[in-house]
Design a protein around this ligand. Sequence first.
Ligand SMILES: C[S@@+](CC[C@H](N)C(=O)[O-])C[C@H]1O[C@@H](n2cnc3c(N)ncnc32)[C@H](O)[C@@H]1O
Length: 244
Amino acid sequence: MTYSPSEQSSPSLNVDPQEIAKFEAMAESWWDPNGDFKPLHQLNPLRLNYIDRTSKGIFGKQVLDVGCGGGILAESMARIGANVTGLDMGEEPLEVAKLHALEAGVSVNYLKNTAEAHRDDHKEYYDVVTCMEMLEHVPDPQSVIQACCDMVKPGGYVFFSTINRNLMSYIQTIVGAEYILKMLPVGTHEHAKFIKPSELIALVDNTDLICRDALGITYNPLSGVFKYTPSVDVNYMIATQKVD
Ligand SMILES: C[S@@+](CC[C@H](N)C(=O)[O-])C[C@H]1O[C@@H](n2cnc3c(N)ncnc32)[C@H](O)[C@@H]1O
């Protein structure tokens, strides 16, 4: 599969306005643990743990969360002592994120911006960059991955998560999660935009990032529990490190 900017995207920005609108419309329920973003709430402890241990601890570090949405991951990283900046192009998710952080007494620097534009003043500024569940919503994932690489310090870590593109991921994340279990609103995902691990690693290989690890996350619909799995068949994360 080749990635080219979609017809709906703005010609100058690597942003798909329809994707942003989708998340604007859902923003109110971002922090409802049983709402539209329930899967992200359930996943969050697993990915926070993975990011913290793989990067050898984010306490006191400069961390950037690209496509932070309502701040589930960004706020949790700030709670364990990271200095977090969250970027998103959705106004509503950012408003929700700011309000929630204020109410929770947690400090996060939320900005409306793209990774590509933020890079202008932040080359090799961050110790850790996270970009979770976002690449499948942009016209040009390579451009975001390159910007993340440019903003992390040499030796620093960049984490990506997305969804594999195969029959199993179609059945689980679209038929199962959207239509049957109604864990997500119908239309949240477009199967064609999912990214196979081999494709993600090929995009990473075009930059100065090296893929150090890959880990799957699996969902058991009977117990309602997410768990780590070595299989990257559906949801997965990769840990990459910038060459020193
Ligand atoms: C599925 S949500 C993931 C939110 C968060 N990363 C998480 O995993 O909890 C995807 C987010 O990416 C944002 N987004 C999409 N395209 C973007 C872009 N080009 N730049 C910044 N944010 C973008 C959307 O507004 C949305 O908040």
